[in-house]
Design a protein around this ligand. Structure first.
Ligand SMILES: Nc1ncnc2c1ncn2[C@@H]1O[C@H](COP(=O)(O)OP(=O)(O)OP(=O)(O)O)[C@@H](O)[C@H]1O
Ligand SMILES: [Mg+2]
Length: 360
């Protein structure tokens, strides 16, 4: 997978720009607030269908404007493609593939794949379960585009059941929703768990190599339902809904399902969230992110584009060398505040000032 160029028009603090990217390492540098992360946000939008910063779409439109447009041109094993998005404060967003408007999101997921590293990702270890589910969901959507439809179906049924728990007390109807939610929950849990089982050996190998085999990495996926197959999980969720019906009605929302899935990371058999040092937590995140890249390659046959937002400055020299070594030969787009760019061995350096980009 290679990103050839990205175009912006009225996106964040940018006016109009077209940036070219090449094999290997590409550096974007400039002062704080210049517009470095904005570039990665726009690129990652085509992999995840949303901002990695959790911003709303309208917030990405330049202040005072009503619409913006971003686009990328990339090459994957199927050939060269273009994707573009028009975001508007007045209309629904429009997505184009090779110039043709697409009506379904699934037509664009999985085309361009990317892994992003950001300092906020420490939340993957330190934050709540929703951060970990989000990480898995974005990774799975890129590798298995059908998952996006399964996830929206699950969210729709969950919302409907919640609305029903708060309004009517028709048990027969509730049973129908419980059956449907048990089914969609089982689908999501099973996909996440299967992905996770394949991810774990990669993450473990990478972590332990980073820690020069002095520490042991482990991970456990946790769900409320028991079972290993779709039917077992579905039955288990349904049994939970039946047994806890009164409790759920009392609380007014669904207490069991795939929206409660989580995973725990262990370093030397201790929960990294509570007992891990800063360095161990940081290494765990790096290992999971690098493992995501390996997963993407093992599923699709090619590496994704790696986007590194200001992460190297936070790492000690050993980890920095390790990460750069692991990313050798892959396409990387990296941001840095420092004007001293000589430490980067790359032939594409883009300087940013006030939303304006200049390739050196
Ligand atoms: N919708 C918007 N319209 C115009 N400008 C915006 C919008 N959203 C953010 N900005 C501006 O974009 C800039 C932030 O850009 P960005 O996050 O890319 O900076 P950065 O170069 O990554 O900085 P840092 O080194 O601090 O991370 C800020 O100056 C901010 O005010
Ligand atoms: Mg930034």
């Amino acid at each position: 997978m290679q990103l050839n160029s990205a175009e912006f028009h009225l996106f964040r603090n940018n006016d109009t720009a077209r940036l070219r990217f090449y094999d290997g390492m590409n550096l974007i540098y400039g002062d704080n607030g210049a517009g470095k992360t904005n570039v990665l946000e726009a690129i990652f939008f085509f992999a995840a269908g949303k901002s990695f910063r959790g911003s709303k779409e309208r917030e990405m439109i330049r202040f005072g404007e009503n619409e913006c447009r971003i686009g990328i041109e990339f090459r994957n094993k199927n050939g060269q493609s273009e994707l573009a998005v028009k975001l508007s404060k007045k209309e629904k967003k429009k997505i184009y593939r090779n110039g043709i408007e697409m009506t379904r999101l699934s037509g664009y997921f999985g085309q361009f794949r990317s892994v992003i590293f950001s300092p906020d990702h420490l939340d993957l270890v330190k934050g709540g379960p929703e951060e970990r589910r989000r990480y898995l969901d974005i990774a799975i959507c890129q590798s298995y585009p059908v998952y996006i439809a399964e996830l929206s179906e699950f969210n729709r049924v969950l919302m409907q059941k919640n609305a029903m728990l708060r309004s009517i007390s028709d048990d027969g109807l509730l049973d129908i929703y419980n059956e449907k939610l048990a089914e969609t929950s089982a689908k999501i849990t099973l996909r996440r768990r299967r992905y996770f089982e394949l991810l774990l050996p990669f993450a473990k190998g990478i972590y332990e190599e980073m820690a020069t085999n002095k520490e042991m990495f482990g991970c456990e996926y946790r769900t409320q339902a028991d079972g290993n197959t779709f039917d077992e999980l579905k039955n288990s969720y349904f049994e939970l809904y039946s047994a806890k019906k009164e409790h759920e009605k009392e609380r007014g929302f669904t207490l069991y399902g795939a929206h409660k899935d989580d995973f725990t990371i262990y370093i030397n058999e201790k929960d990294a969230r509570s007992f891990g040092s800063q360095g161990q937590q940081r290494s765990s995140v790096l290992a999971l992110k690098l493992a995501e890249g390996e997963m993407s390659r093992s599923i699709t046959g090619e590496y994704p584009v790696f986007l590194l937002d200001d992460v190297l400055s936070e790492l000690d020299d050993n980890r920095k060398t390790f990460v750069l070594e692991k990313l050798k030969g892959k396409q990387v787009i990296i941001t840095d505040c420092s004007k001293n760019t000589s430490r980067y061995n790359c032939n594409n350096k883009i300087f940013v000032e006030n939303g304006k980009y200049r390739t050196e």
